[in-house]
Design a protein around this ligand. Sequence first.
Ligand code: THU
Length: 135
Amino acid sequence: MSKLDHRDVELIESAKEIIQARYREGWHHVGAAVRTKSGKIYAAVNLEAYIGRVAVCAEAIALGKAISEGEDEFDTIVAVLSDGQGDARLVSPCGICRELISDYGKEVHVLLPDDTKPARKIGIMELLPQKYQRE
Ligand code: THU
């Protein structure tokens, strides 16, 4: 487990800010923020869809936003779930996001919910033991 620092707290704030700004009941309720190794933050919301399986996670969109802006080295990612009342809590990334995050950096840190502090910070590979490998 790695130590949280003020930049991680700022990353959580960015995820909360974007879902507070873009929350729409039934459509956008998760915010994610990724920090690049160079220190830039990209934030995004999930895309819910009429056909549930079409939905796209906020983490994927945050990564895509960063990559589209020319970034390809990631340090830390976090996702938060809005309560629809202006507050949001950290959530653990889903299995698909774990795969995706690890594809874009085996060393990426993930901020997870914790009972005693603002977040727990662990490496993505700890969340995806025995990841599928083709060769
Ligand atoms: N969702 C995310 O944005 N990130 C996750 O890690 C898990 C789930 C979104 C996808 C979908 O729109 C909705 O939450 C399902 O609850």
